[in-house]
Design a binder for this molecule. Structure first.
Ligand code: UDP
Length: 245
């Protein structure tokens, strides 16, 4: 299997075609962006860390019966994944109020939600990734009613599995973003990545609102020690993965 031509370059990953039309190669970059790419930078070693964490979490979820795009790992910052038709949606699951939920609703940071909240955002940089209602999803034909129900169910199931995994790592899963795509059989599969770039992760042992942050908020909010926090998450995820085997 060799990487062939560049298919797509995003903010954090480059996707290459391979000699198999059903398989693409995802290369994880060290580049970091925030606030719709208005803030740009680089987190040293991030590509390898996020690829390794995502690999561990995709394998964990697959074992529990969640269909993902993951095939195998090629190098520390490259994985082979199924070529999917990606839905232009960001599915966000929240357990604790943070980020845009606090900004848009006034809920105080850290409010524990009575039940997990699933939200759909339109993946469209030009429009600033707006929050969608169910009716807008249907209006724009971004998903069918069946797909919406399935996405919601998958998102909640994945939240349970990931919350449980991170809890055992000593980490609270505050919220996270998922992307999904359809495979050649029309089946929904989890795609993209699961990493400190796409999750809010708080150290359970630390109540200080800045010190506890182990995710991209350290970069977004200039909290410092970004690489250290990502390395720490990697270490805990790998230790927990080894524990489960
Ligand atoms: N998120 C992401 N990519 C995005 C927007 C959000 O990975 O383009 C993740 C983010 O890291 C957080 C969750 O989704 O874990 C919820 O993000 P939120 O809506 O609060 O937006 P933010 O405050 O990050 O702009």
């Amino acid at each position: 299997m060799s990487a062939q031509s560049l298919l797509y370059e995003g903010k954090a990953k480059i996707i290459y075609t391979t000699d198999d039309p059903e398989i693409v190669l995802a290369h994880f970059k060290d580049d970091a962006t925030a606030f719709n790419a208005q803030k740009r930078g680089s987190i040293s070693g991030k590509g390898e860390i996020n690829c390794t964490i995502s690999t561990a979490l995709f394998q964990y979820l697959e074992k529990l019966g969640i269909p993902t795009h993951f095939i195998d790992s090629v190098s520390p910052n490259q994985m082979r994944v199924m070529r999917l038709r990606i839905l232009p949606l960001e599915v966000v699951v929240r357990n604790i109020a943070a980020g845009s939920l606090c900004q848009q609703t006034g809920l105080p940071l850290g409010t524990v939600l009575k039940q997990p909240l699933v939200e759909f955002y339109y993946k469209n940089d030009a429009l600033g990734d707006p929050l969608l209602t169910r009716d807008r999803l249907l209006l724009l034909e971004l998903a069918t009613p069946e797909q919406i129900a399935q996405l919601q169910q998958l998102a909640l199931q994945i939240n349970q599995y990931l919350s449980d995994f991170f809890k055992k790592c000593g980490i609270t899963l505050v919220d996270f973003k998922l992307e999904f795509g359809l495979d050649s059989q029309g089946q929904l599969r989890l795609a993209d990545e699961i990493s400190p770039d796409t999750c809010r992760l708080w150290n359970q042992a630390d109540t200080d609102p800045n010190n506890r942050v182990m995710d991209k908020d350290r970069f977004r909010r200039d909290l410092g020690n970004v690489e250290d926090a990502y390395q720490q998450v990697l270490k805990l995820v790998l230790a927990q993965t080894a524990n489960q085997d």
